[in-house]
Write a protein that binds this ligand. Structure first.
Ligand code: NAD
Length: 270
């Protein structure tokens, strides 16, 4: 039985994870954490997630006490909030599944420190399909060669606060590595005005926002006389929640270190 704490439990992803955990006979939700002052504190996490029966776990904001019975914490909150969780998890050697995106350098450094003492799975996207997309993207870029221009287009709901998406950033890293480019130099984020002709070593990245789109990502490889497009469309947030719970089971009892979803799924890209 994996004992799991959910951080950001009142959020869109947090509530999805609570629902998935309620159905998982091999997992127990031991705490549901959200920010101090949140209107839902004290409410039952299951009821908040829309389940027919309460789970008997009340929303709390009290760290590190909320980790007392946890083996793994699943985080879908914000970078700043995640850093406070990492500190508490490091003290208690609790494993962490990090879903929060838009991570700045300080938060990345905090994850590296945490991974020295706890096992951590970090994934900008926990869906199986997207992890397969990354593997296919690398292969397609290698097979098609440098004549094919690389462009990435992503679309998300209008609530999303970071751009491009963490998934698009990872896709950029994957294709840049396959092409032998430095993403920091290659990425052109959107185009506007007299930008001049496209350089062959550019990777164009374009973020669309609107409606309730859960998450679409397309890689376009445009060559002479043809183009290949690889698209993943998320229809429901449940795919991320299921992947994150799968990662939580996998990471429990692992040696300290930084892992990715490819490790959880056994996907090899080379
Ligand atoms: P959301 O805004 O609905 O939920 C975030 C929750 O975190 C809120 O309930 C908020 O109150 C809570 N929070 C804020 N500060 C906190 C604190 N100090 N302590 C505890 N909780 C705190 O957002 P969401 O749509 O659920 O997304 C959350 C994050 O997950 C975003 O970064 C998003 O991009 C990312 N995400 C990742 C994946 C993936 O597969 N990796 C998938 C979907 C979303």
């Amino acid at each position: 039985m994996t004992r799991i704490a959910v951080h950001g439990a009142a959020g869109r992803m947090g509530r999805n994870i609570v629902s998935v955990l309620a159905e998982d006979k091999a997992a127990t939700l031991v705490s549901a954490i959200d920010r101090a002052g949140h209107a839902t504190l004290g409410q039952d996490a299951g009821v908040l997630a829309g389940l027919p029966e309460p789970l008997g776990v009340a929303l709390t904001a009290v760290l590190p006490a909320a980790l007392e019975h946890a083996e793994v914490a699943i985080d879908f909150s914000s970078p700043e909030a995640a850093r406070a969780l990492f500190k508490a998890c490091a003290e208690r050697r609790v494993g962490v599944v990090v879903g929060t995106t838009g991570l700045d350098a300080t938060t990345r450094a905090a994850i590296d420190s945490l991974a020295k003492v706890s096992p951590v799975v970090l994934a900008p996207n926990f869906s199986v399909g997207v992890n397969v997309l990354w593997a296919l993207a690398a292969q397609a870029v290698r097979l098609l060669g440098p004549e094919y221009d690389i462009e990435i287009v992503e679309m998300h709901h209008h609530h999303k606060v970071d751009a491009p998406s963490g998934t698009a950033v990872r896709l950029t890293e994957v294709v840049a590595q396959a092409r032998g480019l430095d993403p920091a130099r290659a990425v052109v984020a959107g185009r506007h005005g007299q930008v001049g002709a496209r350089r062959p070593d550019e990777i164009g990245v374009h973020a669309l926002r609107g409606g309730d789109v859960v998450g679409d990502h397309t890689l376009i490889l445009a060559g002479p006389g043809e183009r290949v497009e690889l698209t993943h469309r998320a229809h429901t947030r449940e795919i991320f929640a299921r992947g994150a719970v799968r990662a939580a089971h996998w990471v429990c009892g692992r040696a300290p270190g930084l892992y990715e979803m490819a490790d959880v799924l056994g996907i090899t890209t080379s």
